[in-house]
Write a protein that binds this ligand. Structure first.
Ligand code: GLN
Length: 307
Protein backbone atom coordinates (compact mmCIF):
# COMPACT_ATOMS: atom_id res chain seq x y z
CA UNK A 1 0.00 0.00 0.00
CA UNK A 2 2.88 2.34 0.88
CA UNK A 3 4.45 1.72 -2.52
CA UNK A 4 1.19 2.45 -4.27
CA UNK A 5 0.81 5.80 -2.46
CA UNK A 6 4.42 6.73 -3.23
CA UNK A 7 4.09 6.11 -6.97
CA UNK A 8 0.75 7.98 -7.00
CA UNK A 9 2.47 10.93 -5.33
CA UNK A 10 5.32 10.82 -7.83
CA UNK A 11 2.87 10.74 -10.71
CA UNK A 12 1.07 13.74 -9.27
CA UNK A 13 4.38 15.59 -8.96
CA UNK A 14 5.24 14.80 -12.57
CA UNK A 15 1.86 15.97 -13.78
CA UNK A 16 2.35 19.31 -11.99
CA UNK A 17 5.87 19.59 -13.47
CA UNK A 18 4.54 18.93 -16.97
CA UNK A 19 1.97 21.64 -16.49
CA UNK A 20 4.69 24.09 -15.38
CA UNK A 21 6.79 23.23 -18.45
CA UNK A 22 3.73 23.80 -20.60
CA UNK A 23 3.24 27.23 -19.01
CA UNK A 24 6.90 28.06 -19.54
CA UNK A 25 6.69 27.17 -23.21
CA UNK A 26 3.53 29.22 -23.56
CA UNK A 27 5.16 32.14 -21.82
CA UNK A 28 8.18 31.79 -24.09
CA UNK A 29 6.06 32.08 -27.20
CA UNK A 30 4.18 34.92 -25.65
CA UNK A 31 7.49 36.65 -25.10
CA UNK A 32 8.39 36.18 -28.79
CA UNK A 33 4.95 37.43 -29.67
CA UNK A 34 5.65 40.69 -27.89
CA UNK A 35 9.06 40.94 -29.40
CA UNK A 36 7.93 40.25 -32.94
CA UNK A 37 4.36 41.51 -32.51
CA UNK A 38 4.39 42.89 -36.02
CA UNK A 39 5.61 39.62 -37.61
CA UNK A 40 3.43 36.75 -38.92
CA UNK A 41 2.96 33.71 -36.64
CA UNK A 42 5.00 31.44 -38.92
CA UNK A 43 8.02 33.61 -38.36
CA UNK A 44 7.51 33.59 -34.60
CA UNK A 45 7.51 29.79 -34.46
CA UNK A 46 10.69 29.69 -36.47
CA UNK A 47 12.16 31.87 -33.69
CA UNK A 48 14.81 30.43 -31.40
CA UNK A 49 15.40 26.92 -32.72
CA UNK A 50 17.78 25.87 -30.00
CA UNK A 51 15.37 26.89 -27.27
CA UNK A 52 12.50 25.00 -28.94
CA UNK A 53 14.61 21.85 -29.31
CA UNK A 54 15.62 22.02 -25.66
CA UNK A 55 12.03 22.43 -24.49
CA UNK A 56 10.79 19.59 -26.71
CA UNK A 57 13.51 17.33 -25.33
CA UNK A 58 12.64 18.28 -21.77
CA UNK A 59 8.96 17.56 -22.34
CA UNK A 60 9.73 14.19 -23.93
CA UNK A 61 11.92 13.26 -20.97
CA UNK A 62 9.21 14.26 -18.49
CA UNK A 63 6.61 12.29 -20.43
CA UNK A 64 8.82 9.19 -20.48
CA UNK A 65 9.32 9.49 -16.72
CA UNK A 66 5.58 9.82 -16.17
CA UNK A 67 4.96 6.68 -18.22
CA UNK A 68 7.59 4.69 -16.32
CA UNK A 69 6.09 5.80 -13.00
CA UNK A 70 2.59 4.83 -14.14
CA UNK A 71 4.01 1.39 -15.00
CA UNK A 72 5.26 0.99 -11.42
CA UNK A 73 1.67 0.87 -10.17
CA UNK A 74 1.23 -2.36 -12.18
CA UNK A 75 0.10 -5.66 -10.79
CA UNK A 76 2.89 -7.73 -9.34
CA UNK A 77 5.79 -5.35 -9.41
CA UNK A 78 4.97 -3.08 -6.50
CA UNK A 79 8.02 -1.39 -5.10
CA UNK A 80 8.96 -1.11 -1.43
CA UNK A 81 12.02 1.04 -1.01
CA UNK A 82 13.46 -0.23 -4.31
CA UNK A 83 12.46 -3.85 -3.61
CA UNK A 84 9.50 -5.63 -5.24
CA UNK A 85 6.66 -6.16 -2.77
CA UNK A 86 4.66 -9.39 -2.40
CA UNK A 87 1.46 -8.79 -0.44
CA UNK A 88 0.42 -12.02 1.25
CA UNK A 89 -2.92 -12.64 2.97
CA UNK A 90 -3.45 -15.34 5.58
CA UNK A 91 -5.73 -16.39 8.44
CA UNK A 92 -3.61 -17.00 11.54
CA UNK A 93 -5.73 -19.46 13.56
CA UNK A 94 -4.32 -22.44 11.72
CA UNK A 95 -1.30 -23.70 13.65
CA UNK A 96 1.22 -24.99 12.73
CA UNK A 97 0.73 -23.42 9.26
CA UNK A 98 0.03 -19.85 10.34
CA UNK A 99 -0.22 -18.42 13.82
CA UNK A 100 0.80 -15.50 15.94
CA UNK A 101 4.33 -15.92 17.29
CA UNK A 102 4.28 -15.91 21.07
CA UNK A 103 4.72 -12.46 22.59
CA UNK A 104 5.13 -10.80 19.21
CA UNK A 105 3.15 -9.32 16.35
CA UNK A 106 4.91 -11.56 13.87
CA UNK A 107 3.11 -14.36 12.07
CA UNK A 108 4.90 -17.67 12.09
CA UNK A 109 4.33 -21.25 10.93
CA UNK A 110 5.09 -23.58 8.02
CA UNK A 111 3.24 -21.48 5.41
CA UNK A 112 4.85 -18.28 6.66
CA UNK A 113 8.36 -19.71 6.47
CA UNK A 114 7.56 -21.12 3.04
CA UNK A 115 6.30 -17.86 1.55
CA UNK A 116 9.22 -15.91 3.03
CA UNK A 117 11.59 -18.40 1.40
CA UNK A 118 9.71 -18.13 -1.92
CA UNK A 119 9.78 -14.34 -1.68
CA UNK A 120 13.52 -14.39 -1.03
CA UNK A 121 14.05 -16.73 -3.98
CA UNK A 122 12.13 -14.37 -6.29
CA UNK A 123 13.57 -11.13 -4.88
CA UNK A 124 10.40 -9.90 -3.20
CA UNK A 125 9.97 -8.17 0.13
CA UNK A 126 7.15 -10.19 1.73
CA UNK A 127 4.40 -8.30 3.57
CA UNK A 128 1.90 -10.54 5.39
CA UNK A 129 -1.53 -9.41 6.54
CA UNK A 130 -4.16 -11.31 8.49
CA UNK A 131 -7.84 -11.54 7.57
CA UNK A 132 -10.80 -13.93 7.80
CA UNK A 133 -10.38 -17.14 5.81
CA UNK A 134 -13.47 -16.32 3.75
CA UNK A 135 -12.02 -12.87 2.94
CA UNK A 136 -8.88 -14.24 1.25
CA UNK A 137 -10.27 -15.00 -2.23
CA UNK A 138 -12.25 -11.71 -2.39
CA UNK A 139 -9.05 -9.86 -1.32
CA UNK A 140 -7.16 -11.50 -4.20
CA UNK A 141 -9.89 -10.58 -6.64
CA UNK A 142 -9.99 -6.99 -5.38
CA UNK A 143 -6.20 -6.82 -5.84
CA UNK A 144 -5.66 -6.03 -2.16
CA UNK A 145 -3.21 -8.94 -1.87
CA UNK A 146 -1.07 -10.76 -4.45
CA UNK A 147 -1.03 -14.17 -2.77
CA UNK A 148 -3.31 -16.09 -0.38
CA UNK A 149 -1.54 -18.65 1.74
CA UNK A 150 -3.56 -20.25 4.53
CA UNK A 151 -3.47 -24.02 4.31
CA UNK A 152 -5.95 -23.50 1.51
CA UNK A 153 -7.15 -26.73 -0.04
CA UNK A 154 -7.18 -26.89 -3.81
CA UNK A 155 -10.82 -27.51 -4.74
CA UNK A 156 -12.70 -27.43 -8.05
CA UNK A 157 -14.93 -24.57 -6.79
CA UNK A 158 -11.97 -22.42 -5.80
CA UNK A 159 -10.19 -23.18 -9.07
CA UNK A 160 -13.01 -21.32 -10.81
CA UNK A 161 -12.04 -18.22 -8.84
CA UNK A 162 -8.23 -18.28 -8.45
CA UNK A 163 -5.08 -19.92 -9.80
CA UNK A 164 -3.40 -22.41 -7.47
CA UNK A 165 0.31 -23.15 -7.38
CA UNK A 166 1.48 -26.75 -7.50
CA UNK A 167 0.39 -28.59 -4.32
CA UNK A 168 2.81 -28.10 -1.43
CA UNK A 169 1.20 -30.15 1.37
CA UNK A 170 -1.04 -33.24 1.48
CA UNK A 171 -3.87 -32.88 3.95
CA UNK A 172 -7.38 -34.09 4.78
CA UNK A 173 -10.20 -33.57 7.28
CA UNK A 174 -10.76 -35.10 10.71
CA UNK A 175 -13.52 -35.10 13.28
CA UNK A 176 -12.68 -34.01 16.83
CA UNK A 177 -14.95 -34.67 19.84
CA UNK A 178 -14.70 -34.22 23.63
CA UNK A 179 -12.40 -36.80 25.17
CA UNK A 180 -15.14 -38.38 27.25
CA UNK A 181 -17.53 -38.86 24.34
CA UNK A 182 -17.86 -42.53 23.43
CA UNK A 183 -20.85 -42.32 21.06
CA UNK A 184 -19.21 -40.56 18.15
CA UNK A 185 -16.72 -42.87 16.48
CA UNK A 186 -16.71 -41.41 12.98
CA UNK A 187 -18.39 -38.79 10.80
CA UNK A 188 -21.31 -41.18 10.30
CA UNK A 189 -22.26 -40.71 13.95
CA UNK A 190 -22.63 -36.92 13.51
CA UNK A 191 -26.14 -37.09 12.00
CA UNK A 192 -28.38 -34.58 13.79
CA UNK A 193 -25.48 -33.41 15.99
CA UNK A 194 -24.08 -29.91 16.58
CA UNK A 195 -20.88 -29.32 14.62
CA UNK A 196 -18.58 -26.31 15.03
CA UNK A 197 -16.42 -25.25 12.05
CA UNK A 198 -14.49 -22.33 10.61
CA UNK A 199 -16.39 -20.26 8.07
CA UNK A 200 -15.66 -20.89 4.38
CA UNK A 201 -13.43 -23.93 4.96
CA UNK A 202 -13.64 -27.40 3.47
CA UNK A 203 -14.44 -28.60 7.00
CA UNK A 204 -17.50 -26.33 6.98
CA UNK A 205 -18.56 -27.62 3.54
CA UNK A 206 -18.19 -31.23 4.72
CA UNK A 207 -20.22 -30.54 7.88
CA UNK A 208 -23.05 -29.04 5.79
CA UNK A 209 -23.42 -32.42 4.09
CA UNK A 210 -24.04 -34.30 7.34
CA UNK A 211 -27.71 -35.18 7.53
CA UNK A 212 -29.68 -33.12 10.04
CA UNK A 213 -26.57 -31.62 11.61
CA UNK A 214 -26.72 -28.16 13.16
CA UNK A 215 -23.59 -26.47 11.84
CA UNK A 216 -22.21 -23.32 13.47
CA UNK A 217 -19.48 -21.49 11.55
CA UNK A 218 -16.95 -19.30 13.38
CA UNK A 219 -14.50 -16.73 12.08
CA UNK A 220 -11.53 -18.57 13.54
CA UNK A 221 -10.67 -22.10 14.57
CA UNK A 222 -10.10 -21.23 18.23
CA UNK A 223 -13.74 -20.18 18.61
CA UNK A 224 -14.98 -23.41 17.00
CA UNK A 225 -12.90 -25.49 19.43
CA UNK A 226 -14.04 -23.37 22.37
CA UNK A 227 -17.68 -24.00 21.40
CA UNK A 228 -17.03 -27.73 21.73
CA UNK A 229 -15.04 -27.32 24.92
CA UNK A 230 -17.94 -25.37 26.43
CA UNK A 231 -20.34 -28.17 25.56
CA UNK A 232 -22.23 -26.07 22.98
CA UNK A 233 -21.08 -28.28 20.08
CA UNK A 234 -20.68 -32.07 19.88
CA UNK A 235 -17.83 -32.03 17.39
CA UNK A 236 -15.42 -29.97 15.31
CA UNK A 237 -14.46 -30.76 11.72
CA UNK A 238 -11.11 -29.34 10.69
CA UNK A 239 -7.91 -30.24 8.86
CA UNK A 240 -6.10 -33.30 10.21
CA UNK A 241 -2.63 -31.73 10.73
CA UNK A 242 -4.13 -28.76 12.56
CA UNK A 243 -6.21 -30.93 14.91
CA UNK A 244 -3.24 -33.21 15.56
CA UNK A 245 -1.05 -30.22 16.38
CA UNK A 246 -3.75 -28.84 18.65
CA UNK A 247 -4.00 -32.15 20.56
CA UNK A 248 -0.22 -32.37 20.88
CA UNK A 249 -0.08 -28.82 22.25
CA UNK A 250 -2.33 -29.69 25.21
CA UNK A 251 -5.76 -30.06 23.58
CA UNK A 252 -5.66 -33.81 24.28
CA UNK A 253 -6.57 -33.03 27.88
CA UNK A 254 -10.16 -32.58 26.83
CA UNK A 255 -10.43 -33.59 23.16
CA UNK A 256 -9.63 -36.43 20.76
CA UNK A 257 -10.00 -37.17 17.07
CA UNK A 258 -12.13 -40.06 15.82
CA UNK A 259 -12.37 -42.05 12.59
CA UNK A 260 -10.32 -41.93 9.45
CA UNK A 261 -8.89 -38.90 7.67
CA UNK A 262 -11.62 -37.75 5.24
CA UNK A 263 -11.30 -36.00 1.87
CA UNK A 264 -7.70 -36.17 0.71
CA UNK A 265 -6.90 -32.49 0.07
CA UNK A 266 -3.80 -30.72 -1.20
CA UNK A 267 -2.83 -27.24 -0.11
CA UNK A 268 -1.95 -24.68 -2.77
CA UNK A 269 -0.84 -21.06 -2.90
CA UNK A 270 -3.56 -18.96 -4.53
CA UNK A 271 -3.10 -15.95 -6.82
CA UNK A 272 -5.58 -13.83 -8.75
CA UNK A 273 -6.92 -15.24 -12.01
CA UNK A 274 -4.94 -13.73 -14.88
CA UNK A 275 -1.78 -13.43 -12.78
CA UNK A 276 -0.21 -16.42 -14.54
CA UNK A 277 3.26 -14.90 -14.38
CA UNK A 278 3.25 -14.79 -10.56
CA UNK A 279 1.81 -18.33 -10.36
CA UNK A 280 4.59 -19.59 -12.65
CA UNK A 281 7.25 -17.75 -10.64
CA UNK A 282 5.92 -19.26 -7.41
CA UNK A 283 6.00 -22.77 -8.89
CA UNK A 284 9.53 -22.18 -10.10
CA UNK A 285 10.66 -21.01 -6.65
CA UNK A 286 8.81 -23.88 -4.96
CA UNK A 287 10.63 -26.31 -7.21
CA UNK A 288 14.00 -24.72 -6.52
CA UNK A 289 13.38 -24.87 -2.76
CA UNK A 290 12.55 -28.57 -3.09
CA UNK A 291 15.72 -29.17 -5.09
CA UNK A 292 18.06 -27.27 -2.79
CA UNK A 293 16.74 -28.84 0.44
CA UNK A 294 15.26 -25.61 1.83
CA UNK A 295 11.70 -26.97 1.60
CA UNK A 296 12.64 -30.08 3.63
CA UNK A 297 14.35 -27.89 6.19
CA UNK A 298 11.17 -25.86 6.71
CA UNK A 299 9.06 -29.05 6.71
CA UNK A 300 11.28 -30.65 9.37
CA UNK A 301 11.11 -27.56 11.52
CA UNK A 302 7.31 -27.81 11.77
CA UNK A 303 6.49 -31.49 11.22
CA UNK A 304 9.61 -33.35 12.25
CA UNK A 305 10.26 -35.48 9.19
CA UNK A 306 11.02 -34.68 5.56
CA UNK A 307 8.41 -35.46 2.92
N1 GLN B 1 -7.82 -26.51 4.28
C1 GLN B 1 -9.06 -25.95 4.67
C2 GLN B 1 -9.66 -25.17 3.54
O1 GLN B 1 -9.00 -24.87 2.62
C3 GLN B 1 -8.97 -25.09 5.92
C4 GLN B 1 -8.07 -23.91 5.80
C5 GLN B 1 -8.06 -23.00 7.00
O2 GLN B 1 -8.88 -23.07 7.89
N2 GLN B 1 -7.11 -22.09 7.03
O3 GLN B 1 -10.81 -24.84 3.57
Amino acid sequence: MGAKTRSAELLYFIKISLFCIFLLVQKGFWFYNIHYYNLPVGRILEGDNLMKKFLALLMAAMLAMALVTAGCGGNDEKQAGGEKLLRVGTEPSFAPFEMQAEGSEELTGFDMDLIRAIGKQLGYKVEISAMGFDALIPALQADNIDVALAGMSITEERKQQVIFSDPYYKSGLLVMVPKDNNDIKSIDDLKGKRIAVQIGTTGAFRAEKVEGAKVTAFNDNGSAVLEMKNGAADAVINDAPVLKYFLAQGGSEYAKTVGEVLNAEDYGIAVKKGNDKLAADINKALNELKQNGEFDKIYNKWFGEAK
